[in-house]
Design a protein around this ligand. Structure first.
Ligand code: MN
Length: 217
């Protein structure tokens, strides 16, 4: 592959994150079959749809975060939201996390705003279990750095609400049905075993909310 071809491939694949682990590396929490379908088919379809929808429009030069913030309700927002949601989702996991909880500033903020790690995990898992229909549950931060759990329907994202997404649980059935069938709560409980807290800490360390002034999204 020559340099120009590599450059073009890189530009075209910008919206599609590269998985930092093998497709079977998250087993048994998330199976290879689920990763191949969820990442390879669902996310790829959102990326393809978004690229088609924004081609030759004012949105084409914007970052994914800017599109999520600015797009009117409808197909562009739905697909952009799902692209950003899944970028954050797939990059927040590690097959063998070095720690099973955050440390430093993020840990301090979780203890301050939720009382304990156990209470935080319970509230996040419960929010995901009780969200009716398809959507996401996010740990997010407001402009003052206060943490909260936000339930979002369909492709919604905390950025639409002036909040910064730090950690997201996908509760669309495609995220867990092959492995857990209707047992959504079991799936969410197992996710805690593969959270890459260093990645979540990195997101939390950047205090900016609007993606227009953040390098992260
Ligand atoms: Mn999904």
């Amino acid at each position: 592959m020559n340099c120009l071809t590599i450059l073009i491939v890189n530009i075209m694949s910008q919206l599609m994150p590269t998985l930092p682990y093998a497709t079977d590396a998250l087993e048994p929490v998330i199976s290879r079959e689920t990763i191949e379908c969820h990442y390879g088919k669902h996310l790829q379809t959102y990326v393809n749809n978004l690229e088609r929808l924004i081609k030759d429009t004012d949105m084409e030069g914007l970052s994914i975060g800017e599109i999520v913030e600015l797009a009117p309700e409808g197909p562009v927002f739905n697909n952009a939201g799902q692209v950003l949601n899944h970028q954050l989702y797939f990059l927040q996991f590690s097959p063998k996390p070095r720690r099973n909880e955050p440390e430093g500033e993020l840990k301090r903020r979780i203890l301050r705003d939720f009382g304990s790690m156990e209470l935080f995990k319970k509230r996040m898992t419960d929010a995901g279990t009780t969200l009716f229909g398809s959507g996401w549950v996010w740990l997010c931060s407001d402009r003052e750095g206060r943490l909260e759990i936000l339930s979002c329907h369909n492709g919604d994202n905390p950025l639409r609400h002036g909040k910064k997404p730090l950690l997201g649980f996908d509760v669309w059935e495609h995220a867990y049905y092959l492995d857990y069938q209707n047992r959504r709560a079991d799936h969410l409980t197992r996710l805690w075993d593969i959270i890459d807290w260093e990645e979540v800490e990195r997101r939390a360390a950047d205090k900016s909310i609007s993606v227009a002034d953040s390098a992260n999204y």
